[in-house]
Design a protein around this ligand. Sequence first.
Ligand SMILES: C[S@@+](CC[C@H](N)C(=O)[O-])C[C@H]1O[C@@H](n2cnc3c(N)ncnc32)[C@H](O)[C@@H]1O
Length: 359
Amino acid sequence: MQGGTIGFDRYMDIALYAPGLGYYSAGAHKLGCGGDFITAPEMAPIFSRCVSAQCAQVLQHLGGGSILELGAGSGAMACDVLADLAQRQALPQSYLILEISADLRARQQARVRTQLPHLAPRVQWLETLPVTPIRGVILANEVLDALPVARFRRRKGVPAELAVEEKGGEFIWTERDPRPDFDPAVAALLGACADGYTSEWNPRLLPWIGAVAAALHSGLLLFTDYGHPRREFYHPQRVDGTLRCHYRHRAHGDPFLWPGLQDITAAADFTAVADAASHSGLELHGFTTQAHFLIGCGLAQMAADLGAADTRERTAMSRQVQVLTLPAEMGEIIKAMALTRNLASPLMGFSGPDHRRRL
Ligand SMILES: C[S@@+](CC[C@H](N)C(=O)[O-])C[C@H]1O[C@@H](n2cnc3c(N)ncnc32)[C@H](O)[C@@H]1O
């Protein structure tokens, strides 16, 4: 990119996914206590048990089927979901994983082989989304927030693109004309915002959701992720958007520090996700907070059953439940969205408060 300018979405794509160099593609530790950030399945296996309960309900209704997990990280959720489904005698025909990072794919393979040798033959890694659509469940935890986004800044009432320029060996922000693919639904909300208002949007969301939706013949596509309904995402007071970087459990807002060595994320616009899904023929079955999703899946009873053995375990379990459900922790900022096709079953995770009207 010598002396040139690129969109932030291109920069984020390279910084996270360039083979061998990007944050997710190179060998850094990334997820977990010794990495840069921790996700719900890494922190609390009970999260995956709840997801497993939801999968079991759908698979039972469909009379069997497969699970496809997108962006499986360290493989923690895949192992815990499979182990739980085995206990319930509700194993899927196959557990497919589509992982964009070769490094993480290798870690997932090693983990499944070590942790679940007897179930390993059921797990397959895909290079692309399946050509024959599956019957079952597609899972994606914290994948939407890892998709590259473009940035803009309101300037004289118009959303100028915030692109990335290289100057004197450093990356800097530079404003350029609004992009032709700027989301008109976002533009419509900017009248209420002041000049200088900065935020993000995902120009690749519609085709990406379209491709994922096309991989589902019947069943559930479940997103759990950091995000907001559009009106809250582009609230006039959210003056600097949602872009966050993570390096050794510290969060900050400068994506140009240590490219390739730190995580870069942006919250999901769940209204855009729901619109894209509807465009692809999926039904918006439910939208709720992570806390309500987990409670609907039976979190309280599971925690009581699992933590009953000794005081130390009970304390650890109660701390995990708090982090998963408290509004100030992961409980409200992470949302769960259920998108379905050819599925008439109720969904236990969406039996509580229904937040679809916020979209
Ligand atoms: C924040 S991590 C979450 C990992 C894991 N799901 C968890 O909750 O611990 C994002 C994951 O999504 C993967 N990823 C990003 N974009 C992807 C895509 N388009 N297709 C498949 N995986 C993707 C990354 O490589 C990484 O494994």
